[in-house]
Design a protein around this ligand. Structure first.
Ligand SMILES: [Zn+2]
Ligand SMILES: [Zn+2]
Length: 133
């Protein structure tokens, strides 16, 4: 991930790497939704629902942003209940690819203890958890 930037000394990569993990969109966790614009799945890093734009860049048009926020809100409601979460649009790890999280209040503690979900085989299918050993 953190390649030494020998070129010009920019601290944050503006250009996406070839192996961008959001483009790869591997289905390891529960997937809530997918369409031509975006997909929504549990984030592998923090176990919160995350919407990902299917294009590179962060300047998504308003209509796409509105669409993505409504899909993310729906996933958040499904998971945490209507008042149980807040939308977080800060792109900390992957600044070149638009995405946002629906975070419940306890996510910061929960991510160390909660059982991660796994892909059920169907987008929007049942939310299954990885069985503990
Ligand atoms: Zn990407
Ligand atoms: Zn995350």
């Amino acid at each position: 991930m953190a390649e030494p930037n020998t070129a010009a000394g920019a601290s944050v990569p503006e250009v996406a790497p070839e192996d961008c993990e959001l483009c790869e969109a591997a289905r390891f966790t529960h997937w809530y939704h997918e369409d031509d614009v975006c997909w929504v799945a549990d984030c592998e890093a923090c176990d919160c629902p995350m919407v990902v734009w299917k294009q590179h860049g962060t300047a998504a048009p308003d209509v796409d942003v509105a669409h993505m926020m409504s899909q993310l809100t729906q996933a958040g409601c499904e998971r945490f209940g209507e008042d149980g979460f807040a939308i977080d649009r800060v792109m900390r790890q992957i600044p070149w690819h638009f995405h946002a999280h629906a975070r419940d209040r306890g996510w910061h503690q929960r991510r160390w203890s909660s059982q991660p979900s796994r892909y059920s085989g169907t987008v929007g299918g049942p939310r299954l958890l990885i069985e503990t050993r």
